[in-house]
Write a protein that binds this ligand. Structure first.
Ligand SMILES: *[C@@H]1O[C@H](CO)[C@@H](O)[C@H](O)[C@H]1NC(C)=O
Ligand SMILES: *[C@@H]1O[C@H](CO)[C@@H](O)[C@H](O)[C@H]1NC(C)=O
Ligand SMILES: *[C@@H]1O[C@H](CO)[C@@H](O)[C@H](O)[C@H]1NC(C)=O
Ligand SMILES: *[C@@H]1O[C@H](CO)[C@@H](O)[C@H](O)[C@H]1NC(C)=O
Length: 379
């Protein structure tokens, strides 16, 4: 580049020398002053924080749009696939805001977490249940790691699979899978309630009933009872003391529903986890004891002590009854959905179950047929 030089008079040699000496003296005075300051008051000169402030000022002026930068923290992950280990994921998911008031219009979402082997034969029923309620739910699916889902693009289950590992019934790997679902769902700050479901579960009411019931509940729906028999206290191992003693031992169905505080509590537990991992092994089915016992010890006032998922144990045996196409009649569904009696927010209530299991693939057709009249969705 060429600059237009205005004619300049060369300064005299004496003037240059004079300037040089003056600058030298000024430099010495300033340098000494700076030295003295650092020696006696080092806290005044925090070069590191000065540098950081300069960097962060540069950064924030580059991201001047405040909404965009808050968006960074509240936008849910767009891709549920990630390469974090469980340890890394649980650490990240345990971040909790300390400011209770959200600085934006937060709409609480319900996280529906499906613990499956792979296929979801009742998906068409769930699609009908969710339809029209976008923005109020999010879906997470834990399947066997090598399962390749093939949901179409329009499906609510499309790309909702989380990185998974093998989960075996009655073993700690089952609780690990449940915690993995919770941790992935916690990454979305708008998820407030967390429901664990299986591929054989169905919703018994329309979405708005289920949503209202959950987001307005004071309690989390974790079954926890003291069973004195061989399948309850009989599974207690004395090596669990002093963290857990036999009178604190609880049993409850695996299928829980909980709020965000409890979900964070479950994923950061390191006190009870090793005890249950080492001393509750089949025939102690850890998924029936770990969460109920730990939560009943630590946060009993937050528990409803009942499950929201209806299940039929009347046939006896180790597994509850499975309902097929021929079982699903009008009378059967009316009994399932009909009035029960329980406590909700410390008041007597008639709606006690929001979900039911176990339904086989052959139940899909009659369920789709009866859902609009008897379950309130899918018309
Ligand atoms: C999601 O992330 C995974 C790895 O993190 C990547 O392999 C995959 O292509 C991503 N999918 C989409 C649709 O962006
Ligand atoms: C859902 O069901 C409840 C109770 O049956 C009913 O009052 C409500 O109108 C239904 N909501 C919708 C959106 O269908
Ligand atoms: C179990 O622990 C509870 C609470 O710490 C205590 O009150 C109770 O006495 C203990 N029971 C036994 C059998 O040690
Ligand atoms: C559930 O049981 C615990 C004791 O384990 C109790 O403190 C709590 O109040 C019970 N919850 C309700 C809703 O009754």
């Amino acid at each position: 580049m060429h600059s237009k030089n205005s004619p300049q008079r060369a300064p005299s040699k004496l003037f240059t020398l004079n300037l040089l000496i003056k600058s030298f003296i000024l430099l010495i005075v300033l340098g000494t002053g700076f030295y003295v300051l650092i020696m006696y008051k080092p806290q005044y000169i925090d070069l590191h924080s000065m540098a950081m402030r300069t960097i962060s000022m540069t950064w924030s002026s580059n991201c001047a749009d405040e909404r965009t930068s808050l968006q960074r923290w509240i936008a849910p992950p767009s891709n549920l696939t990630h390469s974090m280990t469980d340890e890394e994921l649980f650490w990240r998911a345990s971040f909790v805001p300390q400011v209770n008031k959200y600085p934006y219009n937060r709409i609480s979402k319900v996280a529906f977490m499906f613990l499956t082997k792979g296929p979801m034969p009742l998906a068409p029923l769930w699609e009908k249940f969710f339809k029209g309620n976008e923005g109020k739910y999010s879906i997470y699916v834990h399947a066997l790691p090598d399962y390749q889902p093939d949901f179409p693009r329009w499906s609510v289950f499309y790309r909702r699979q989380i990185p998974s590992q093998v989960a075996e019934w009655g073993k700690m790997s089952m609780c690990d899978a449940e915690r993995r679902l919770l941790a992935n769902a916690l990454l979305d700050v708008d998820n407030e309630r967390f429901v664990l479901l299986s591929e054989s579960c169905i919703p018994l009411h329309n979405f708005s009933t289920v949503y209202g019931y959950l987001v307005h509940s004071k309690h989390s729906f974790v079954g926890a009872f003291d069973d004195p028999g061989p399948h309850g206290r009989g599974r207690y191992n004395h090596n669990m003391a002093p963290e857990v003693n036999v009178s604190q031992w609880r049993k409850g169905a695996q299928w829980f529903e909980m709020d965000r505080n409890l979900a964070v509590f479950l994923i950061h537990d390191t006190k009870y986890y090793p005890k249950f991992k080492d001393f509750c092994r089949p025939p102690c089915y850890v998924d029936e004891h770990y969460f109920p016992t730990m939560l009943a010890i630590e946060l009993p006032h937050l528990l409803s002590n009942r499950s929201l998922t209806s299940v039929d144990w009347s046939r006896g045996g180790a597994h509850p009854a499975t309902f097929g196409g021929r079982d699903v009649t009008e009378g059967f569904l009316k009994r399932l959905v009909g009035r029960h009696s329980c406590m909700y927010n410390d008041q007597p209530a008639a709606v006690c179950f929001l979900f039911a299991r176990k339904f086989s693939p052959s139940a899909l057709e009659p369920l789709l047929q009866f859902a609009p009249i008897l379950l309130g969705y899918g018309s």
